[in-house]
Design a protein around this ligand. Structure first.
Ligand code: FBP
Length: 558
């Protein structure tokens, strides 16, 4: 493998660990836990893994007791997030420290690797070139949902073949929900396999009191903020374009909010606020158009607007439409050919025909929504009927919300004031940040999470998520331990069925990051208050290189 000079330099970086993990570890067992809601139901569904105690690690004075060699499996699940390779590095180093004869196997291509028995042994030689690098390419990732007993049983048989007694699942809220189901299933069967989760997703929506942030968020937002800053500088230099930038984050607007805090653009839409205020598409367009006109009156025919990719699903009228389309296009995985609408769609490659088929069926069940569907531009209509993923999600990253808004704002501005110049450029930042070389924060955080998982395994824990807290302090003061996954769960309706799931953390409209943004956004809209954060710094003073996100700092009262 040819590697860049930055990669060479980063290969020498030794991620920082909390003091508690630097030598022998003392395991402190805390109080029993409860799920965040629906306690009786979650308890009934997880009789073996409900109510487990919190676990915290402390530095032990005594030397570590001998630990037998074990075999462990690891899976990367879902979208890429910077730092995944370091979780594996931390897990590997932790396991080898406990017993150099322990082995780590990586299942290939995500959860499906476990079911299809596709794996590779992760040796030091194989792992070393991936340390501190971005990407998930060491073993690949995938979005197969591990939720059926048949998958669990096949997986177990494959784990047994390799003598694996513990499995680490690195994923987002859905994947960790499935980790909890797997942990419970194996515990109920006395299968002799522990399951540990790790909190991953650039979206930043897997967080709570015990999980301060999901890994990858820090790096991804820093990459987007660098790019947004560059665009702001271009906008402020040329003074002739508005830039509409869509930012990843399937549902939650944490990325858009953090990027706004880092770069102070003129407009940032926060989906959660749109939903709370039940705003219509027209109201949003009106809000943007008014800012465009006001800036133009001040001689500023330019600006930057950030749009979270999940926005459409948070506009109540469009949410209703998407939900009706989800029902219309739902595919039963056990009977994939049973939906006549989907079969009709599959029979044609012509987009106009596809839209016509959907409109016809929608008119029969929801005539009002059919009218809303028809009112949208053709490109967005076809994007709204794209195939859903295994979790039933609409692939929002493929919907050009920025263009939809751009077209509508153009028309609105013209209707309000014909003399206002409005010329728009479109961008979508998502994939650019997901595989970036992890920031120092993510490199350290991920390594610590992986290392924590190895200690949880040694402790015999199952159904836990690795947790590293106090992350706005220097890394040696971080608090490592384990949180029972059932503690983060509640019951939600998913694809028409009530299911136990990890609560997704959307932007808290009463939280400090949003409050700060709200206090400043009108000034940022009128004035040109851009901040240009520049690229992630890996080498230099700790205040520059180890700083985490503004979101985390505000949440932690820094
Ligand atoms: P995860 O929740 O699996 O981490 O993925 C998040 C994400 O990056 C979203 O921001 C984005 O909408 C989606 O993945 C894109 O998915 P895909 O990689 O399948 O295009």
């Amino acid at each position: 493998m040819t590697i860049s000079s930055l990669q060479q330099a980063r290969a020498a970086y030794q991620p920082k660990l909390p003091v508690s993990l630097q030598g022998s570890v003392k395991v402190c067992v805390g109080a029993a836990t409860q799920s965040v809601a629906d306690q009786a139901k979650i308890k009934e569904l997880f009789p073996n893994t409900y109510g487990l105690p919190l676990i915290t690690f402390e530095a032990a004075g005594a030397s570590q007791a001998a630990f037998p060699a074990i075999n462990v499996g690891v899976i990367l699940s879902g979208g890429q997030a910077p730092g995944g390779h370091n979780v594996i590095s931390g897990l590997f180093d932790g396991l080898k420290k406990l017993n150099p004869a322990s082995r780590l196997y990586g299942f290939l291509g995500g959860p499906s690797g476990l079911v299809d028995n596709k794996y590779v042994e992760i040796t030091a030689e194989f792992l070393n070139p991936y340390r501190n690098t971005g990407g998930f390419d060491i073993i690949g990732s995938g979005r197969t949902k591990l939720e059926k007993e048949a998958q669990f049983d096949t997986g177990l048989a494959n784990l047994k073949k390799l003598g694996i007694t513990a499995l680490v699942i690195i994923g987002g809220d859905d994947s960790n929900t499935n980790a909890a189901l797997l942990a419970e299933y194996y515990a109920a069967k006395n299968a002799g396999v522990q399951v540990i989760g790790c909190p991953k997703t650039i979206d930043g929506d897997l967080k709570n009191e015990m999980i301060e942030t999901s890994f990858g968020f820090d790096t991804a937002v820093k990459v987007y903020s660098e790019l947004i800053g560059n665009i702001e500088r271009d906008a402020n230099s040329a003074k002739k374009y508005w830039h509409f930038i869509k930012l990843m984050g399937r549902s939650a607007s944490h990325i858009a909010l953090e990027a706004a805090l880092q770069t102070q653009p003129n407009i940032t839409l926060i989906s959660e606020e749109v939903f709370a205020k039940a705003e219509t598409l027209d109201e949003i367009v009106n809000y943007i158009a008014d800012i465009v006109i006001e800036r133009s009156k001040n001689g500023n025919n330019f600006g930057v607007a950030l749009i979270p990719e999940g926005l459409l699903e948070f506009i109540p009228e469009i949410k209703k439409l998407i939900s009706a389309l989800n029902t219309l296009l739902a595919v039963d995985k056990d009977h994939p050919d049973s939906n006549p609408v989907v079969n009709e769609l599959k029979a044609t490659n012509d987009n106009d025909q596809k839209v016509e088929i959907v409109t016809r069926h929608l008119t029969i069940i929801e005539p009002e929504l059919s009218a809303k569907f028809t009112s949208l531009p053709a490109a967005q209509r076809i994007q709204l009927i794209l195939e859903r993923d295994e979790h039933g999600n609409l692939p929002v990253s493929q919907i050009e919300t920025e263009k939809l808004l751009g077209d509508l704002v153009k028309a609105k501005v013209k209707s309000k004031d014909r003399d206002v110049k409005f010329s728009v450029q479109y961008h979508f930042f998502g994939y650019e940040g997901r595989c970036a070389a992890p920031s120092n924060f993510d490199a350290d955080y991920c390594y610590s999470l992986g290392y924590t998982a190895s200690v949880l395994i040694a402790n015999g824990s199952t159904g836990y998520m690795a947790s590293v807290r106090n992350t706005t302090a220097p890394a040696d003061k971080w608090i490592a331990g384990g949180i029972p996954i059932t503690m983060m769960m509640n019951m939600e309706i998913r694809q028409g069925e009530e299911k136990p799931v990890i609560q997704k953390a959307l932007v808290d409209l009463n939280g400090k990051p949003f409050a700060y943004f709200k206090e400043h956004r009108d000034t940022w809209a009128k004035e040109t208050s851009y901040v240009y954060p520049g690229p992630i710094q890996y080498f230099g003073p700790t205040e520059t290189c180890d700083r985490t996100t503004i979101t985390l700092e505000l949440e932690k009262g820094k």
